[in-house]
Write a protein that binds this ligand. Structure first.
Ligand code: A3P
Length: 322
């Protein structure tokens, strides 16, 4: 739906006509607004977020690129922040009966999509929101807050993010697109013509943000979360001002959260096997392999080299290395 233009106001139509335009890999129009590519309805939603969303002091925003580890980080942030509430009764934990996307709603894809004007006051505090927009665009909204709110970003290597997106797209449309379409999509990704992209602008915005404002912007990496999950979850909790106590660590609280949020556990739950999220996506589509390096099964060495060189060049001097 966000690819269409039926929710675009006249003002946004005028704006769009002045923006650089391009096409995504299947030929749908995308528009570049302040360095990032959007479909028309999505751009309208982003503008609405910028204009109307004002985070409360206690709100937490979780940001990512699509297929960058969003579902996992949503579950982890939720589980960490709300851990005291379910300590006595772990069997009623919301993550057991709801998909992480329904516990941590997207700003532009859900709450402000389709020209909706959500009543944010109804949400309990602390509330966790999520977004795929890059940090400069998000700042237009967060700068309205009386105090900076916490922003957690998850970054995943471009090749696995791309391959994950390919599988997701195929499953979403219940088609297996052919090899030439795969190559077209790859080409678009490398050129940066991809919704919410270019990839490197996105990761750089949060990377720089995290260097400039360590207290309020946390940059996490999917690969590090897989490699050293305990360290990373503790880092997350510290950042969110709710560090694990010694007693919690000794009683296995960190491991319980990791187990609850593991791909194996979440993907086997009834709600995630047969449910549909509020944004209308089959819950099971958010879970697949969850590995590092699956790109090797899909990209040729030449494709891998091409995209690695592009990313390296774009990130040069930033201190962010893959
Ligand atoms: P793969 O397609 O490589 O398996 P997003 O959540 O941003 O949509 O990203 C989806 C990717 O994250 C998929 O990657 C999916 O398998 C993986 N994923 C989902 N839940 C996960 C979890 N709990 N732990 C680790 N990876 C997870």
């Amino acid at each position: 739906n966000y690819m269409k233009d039926d929710h675009v106001s006249q003002e946004t139509k005028n704006l769009i006509s002045s923006l650089p335009s391009g096409k995504d890999f299947v030929g749908v129009d995308i528009h570049n607004y302040k360095g990032c590519w959007y479909y028309p309805n999505l751009l309208q939603a982003v503008l609405d977020v910028q204009k109307h969303f004002k985070p409360r002091d206690t709100d937490i925003i979780m940001a990512s690129l699509p297929k960058g580890g969003t579902t996992w980080l949503k579950s982890l942030v939720f589980a960490v922040v709300h851990r005291d509430e379910y300590r006595e009764n772990p069997q009623i934990h919301p993550l057991l009966s709801q998909n992480p996307h329904d516990l941590v709603p997207f700003l532009e894809v859900e709450l402000y999509a389709d020209s909706k004007a959500p009543d944010l006051a109804k949400f309990p505090s602390p509330m966790i929101f999520s977004t795929h927009i890059h940090l400069q665009a998000l700042r237009e909204a967060t700068k309205k807050a009386s105090r900076p709110c916490k922003i957690v970003y998850v970054c995943r290597g471009i090749k696995d993010t791309f391959v994950s997106g390919w599988h997701y797209r195929n499953k979403l449309h219940r088609t297996k697109l052919d090899q030439s379409t795969f190559e077209l999509m790859f080409d678009g990704y490398c050129k940066g013509y991809v919704v919410y992209g270019p990839y490197w602008e996105h990761v750089l915005s949060y990377w720089k943000g995290s260097l400039e404002d360590k207290e309020n912007v946390l940059f996490m990496r999917y690969e590090e979360m897989l490699e050293e999950p305990r360290v990373q979850v503790k880092r997350l909790a510290e950042f969110l001002n709710c560090p694990f106590t010694k007693e919690e660590e000794q009683s296995g609280s960190v491991d319980e959260i990791l187990k609850l949020c593991s791909l194996r556990n979440l993907s086997n739950l009834e709600v995630n096997q047969n449910g549909t999220t509020r944004i209308g996506v089959d819950s099971q589509l958010f879970f697949r392999k969850g590995e590092v390096g699956d790109w090797k099964n899909h990209l040729t060495p030449h494709m891998a080299k091409t995209v690695d060189e592009i990313v390296e060049c774009k990130l040069r001097g930033s201190g962010l290395i893959f």
